[in-house]
Design a protein around this ligand. Structure first.
Ligand code: AMP
Length: 542
């Protein structure tokens, strides 16, 4: 078995590693560290939990130990999709670089520009950034990228999901061609492969197994219930299970909030975390969860991806994830390091195809269990419930589904039909309709990408009141009637030619009879009649 000493790392780095208590490098560390030290580009197919952060941090500290950074010219750049991941990498540099004097800066959204500017001015060896904020700083001329020797693109597939690929392409073009590039991604969709092909030079490909697919210490269970019973089911499962700490995953941010609040209302020690929450609140919530102060973290996939939180006793999937990959990530939060863990998924009948995809990916059927009194389809009516409730529910669901296909659900023909107006309100708990891959990515990007506006707002807010430009009053323009030339241009734009209208459907071979009838040339003016010649002598007679 390989040891850290055999990987070629310097003594100070080895000392820091020993301080953390790690004795054996993980597979990605054993394979990547010697290659990075040799100066090779690396394409690492690994996800969080595999120890990949130390896989690039340790050799980078060794390489950067030689040399000094100049003001505003970072010597290395690490791109992370989320602020939390960036903060985590920054902590790793602190932990493993404690015997070195490397300067680092964290350039992430949600933090005032002032402190970041000061650090950049002093010169940084390691710059850890989210792509949007990095470009903001570059555009503010606070940063030059011409001295970057090592570039790390971490979680490239998550960058794609969040719509960061164009930003990364732009950043890569601002860097020196001769740099070393380390590229990590859990999966390689075509767009990520294209990015790797474009920016890596003869890379060493290192692939490590997904930890969750091999973890046999996780007990996976699933129950099928009605969407509106999910919150009750979750409460019951938390109360009845021996839950030390848990992460509850929801597919949508809105539901993260709703479930978090609902748990709090019922007396649970729970808090939500998602991309729309204020950065300081996110950090505080995570710290509380890490320290054991908070028992239940309700999270979206994006917010929780890659977070280094201690292994939890339970993972609850409040919604079945739409991407089967996310299921693997979610349940990987429990059952770590040989400890046992439990993952419980709350599914509705509409989730069947997503469950099928998960079971296909993991190669394992998920054990089903029934929740007494909440079984879907077999549940007896509760006390006080009318006989027709299930029928009404079914009908409401059908209408909702119709409403998803068309933008608005058609109103009931009559309220006597027995359909309550509840049916026309969006269902908070309903599984989202299936979307195309592009739509999913765009939604994800929208979810986690208020950063551009945020940055703009931050910049505006950072200016003193006096500097903020008041919107200029726009003089009202009189509406001019379109000139002949404009009309002609408009026609040309629309139809391609000057005077032709849109093409018309012809009559084919058939010639209608009315076309064969001769018509008088009504548009031709009749020839002017000759003045009649008056008969001779008439004038005289008058
Ligand atoms: P990462 O995949 O980099 O997010 O790391 C996942 C977790 O594994 C972190 O909590 C690290 O502290 C831990 N870790 C990294 N390398 C090792 C190692 N060689 N031995 C034990 N734990 C490690």
């Amino acid at each position: 078995m390989t040891t850290f000493e055999e990987l070629g790392l310097g003594t100070d780095v080895l000392k820091a590693v020993a301080d953390t208590g790690y004795t054996i490098p993980t597979p990605i560390q054993a394979q990547a560290i010697p290659q990075v030290l040799r100066g090779r580009d690396v394409l690492g197919l690994a996800q969080t939990g595999t120890g990949k952060t130390a896989g690039f941090t340790l050799p980078m500290i060794d390489i950067l130990a030689q040399g000094r950074a100049k003001a505003r010219m970072p010597r290395s750049l690490i791109l992370e999709p989320t602020r939390e991941l960036a903060a985590q990498v920054s902590e790793s540099f602190e932990k493993y670089g404690k015997y070195h004097k490397l300067n680092q800066a964290l350039i992430i959204g949600g933090v005032a520009f002032g402190d970041q500017d000061k650090k950049l001015d002093r010169g940084v060896d390691v710059l850890i950034a989210t792509p949007g904020r990095l470009l903001d700083q570059f555009e503010r001329s606070k940063l030059m990228l011409s001295q970057v020797q090592i570039l790390v693109i971490d979680e490239a597939d998550r960058m794609l999901d969040m719509g960061f690929i164009p930003d990364i392409e732009r950043i890569c073009k601002l860097l020196p061609f001769t740099r070393q590039t380390l590229f990590f991604s859990a999966t390689m969709p075509p767009e990520v492969t294209r990015l790797a092909d474009q920016f890596l030079h003869n890379p060493v490909r290192i692939e490590v197994a997904r930890p969750a697919t091999t973890a046999s210490t996780i007990e996976q269970k699933l129950t099928v219930i009605d969407a509106q019973d999910k919150r009750e089911a979750l409460r019951r499962l938390i109360r009845e299970g021996n839950v030390q700490n848990a992460i509850v995953f929801c597919n949508r941010k809105r539901d993260v909030d709703i479930v978090g609040k609902s748990l709090q209302k019922h007396g649970f020690n729970a808090a939500p975390i998602h991309g729309d929450l204020d950065q300081s609140l996110r950090t505080a919530t995570l710290d509380r969860f890490r320290s054991g102060d908070l028992q239940i973290l309700v999270a979206s996939d994006v917010a929780a991806r890659g977070l280094d939180v201690p292994s939890v006793s339970h993972v609850f999937n409040f919604d079945v994830p739409i991407h089967s990959d996310d299921y693997v990530h979610r349940i990987g939060r429990t059952g770590r390091a040989g400890r046992s863990g439990i993952s419980i998924t709350l599914a509705t009948p509409a989730d069947q195809k997503f469950v099928d995809a998960i079971e296909k990916l993991t190669g394992k059927p998920i054990e089903r269990f029934a929740m007494e009194g909440l079984e879907e389809a077999r549940r007896p009516p509760r006390e006080g419930e009318g006989e027709g409730r299930r029928d009404r529910h079914e009908r409401a669901r059908r209408l909702r589904d119709r409403g998803r296909k068309f933008d608005h659900a058609p109103p009931p023909r009559s309220l006597d039909e027995g359909v309550s107006m509840e049916a026309f309100r969006p269902d908070e708990n309903a599984a989202p309709a299936e979307k195309s891959a592009v739509a999913k990515r765009q939604e994800s990007a929208r979810e986690e990408r208020p950063r551009k506006e945020e940055s703009r707002r931050e910049r505006a807010a950072a200016k003193p009141q006096s500097e903020r430009a008041a919107p200029k009053p726009q003089p009202e323009r009189p509406v001019k009637p379109a000139s002949r030339e404009e009309k002609r241009r408009d026609r040309r734009d629309r139809y391609g030619k000057d005077d032709l209208g849109p093409s018309v459907v012809g009559f084919g071979d058939h010639l209608p009879a009315f076309l064969t009838v001769a018509v008088p040339r009504i548009w031709e003016k009749p020839a002017r009649a000759e003045k009649p010649v008056e008969p001779a002598g008439a004038a005289e007679a008058a």
